[in-house]
Design a binder for this molecule. Structure first.
Ligand SMILES: C[S@@+](CC[C@H](N)C(=O)[O-])C[C@H]1O[C@@H](n2cnc3c(N)ncnc32)[C@H](O)[C@@H]1O
Length: 305
């Protein structure tokens, strides 16, 4: 397994890119769930197009759990439910933001996020998506290939978030005098502590009053148990999936996002994933079935200026 480096890159079947396919597979399964918490009809065709056999079997209910250590139907259901409550939280956040009149949205690390194609955007909304070039290109061409059309005006910025993305975003048309709704979903654990702070500093510098932000903080990243995570992801590797979470994430001390945002002018609130499960009438997973990183705090905030 190749360790992270400051300028590594990837497609959707490898390294950090494969995590985008994994979470999209979770959305595809949550979309099929009769409880109907979310609907992402593009997740399944996107994951099929990436072509990682394990994720396709997962969506098709064809995983042979007997052959995979550490994997059980209950763990898979916990992962699917986790993706359902996460997706709904951020869908609602964006719908609420446009409900208050915000007409430009920036999705950082957009991966296989299809919100530009599936949320009920008001006329005149522009959705900017930032991710690595291979990731952006794959999603754009795959969705065009199945005849999908964005509902919002979609503008893509194929750039690494460790490069000068604010300049690229302004160059693509972001109006820094108007409020922006920002989304950083499933991103922070893949950034070093200092890059996380810089990300929020950049966002704050680009945000007019009335801007909103949503992201999630994973406290377990601080005292991260690499051995347990490596053991739990071994089943993926045994089945040809290039995901070793232990080598993809940046563990150790980092600022708590709610504190950091509050200290830089945002009114930010966090809600635990356990609370989201309860709000949505879903039983939270037992700890042994849960994500090895444990609890997640979902955060949203507003800049009042
Ligand atoms: C777990 S996926 C989440 C994707 C999407 N936000 C979602 O929730 O479906 C992580 C994403 O972060 C992107 N990413 C991580 N580090 C990045 C970086 N330095 N520059 C650009 N994209 C990055 C990956 O390419 C991948 O698409």
């Amino acid at each position: 397994m190749v360790a992270r480096s400051h300028d590594d890159d990837w497609d959707l079947a490898s390294s950090v890119g494969a995590t985008a396919t994994m979470v999209a597979a979770g959305r595809a399964m949550a979309t099929k769930d009769p409880r109907g918490l979310i609907s992402d009809p593009f997740a399944e065709p996107l994951v099929r197009a990436v072509g990682v056999d394990f994720f396709i079997k997962m969506m098709d209910g064809e995983i042979d759990f007997d052959g995979i250590e550490n994997a059980t139907p209950a763990r898979l259901q916990a992962m699917t439910d986790g993706m359902a409550v996460r997706t709904k939280y951020f869908d609602d956040y964006l719908t609420d933001a446009t409900g208050t009149g915000v007409r430009q949205v920036v999705i950082l690390a957009s991966g296989l996020d299809s919100r530009a194609y599936r949320l009920p955007w008001p006329a005149g909304t522009v959705v900017y998506e930032i991710d690595q070039p291979q990731v952006i290109e794959f999603k754009t061409s795959t969705l065009a290939g199945i005849g999908a059309e964005p509902i919002a005006a979609r503008r893509t910025i194929p750039i690494d978030l460790r490069a000068d993305w604010p300049t690229a975003l302004r160059g693509a048309g972001l109006d820094t005098a108007a409020p922006t709704a920002w989304l950083a979903e499933g991103l922070l654990i893949y950034l070093p502590a200092e890059a996380q702070d810089r990300l929020f500093d950049n966002i704050t510098a680009l945000s007019a009053p009335g801007s909103t932000i949503a992201t999630e903080f994973v406290p377990g990243i601080i005292d991260f148990d690499a051995d347990r995570v490596r053991e739990m992801s071994s089943s993926f590797r045994d089945h040809g999936v290039d995901i070793d979470m232990a080598s993809l994430v940046y563990a150790g001390e980092r600022n708590h996002v709610v504190d950091y945002l509050r200290n830089t002018g945002w009114h930010a609130e966090g809600v635990t994933r356990t609370e989201l499960f309860e709000r949505n009438g879903i039983d939270p997973p037992a700890p042994e079935r849960d994500d090895p990183l444990g609890e997640i705090i979902f955060i949203s905030g507003r800049l009042t200026g």
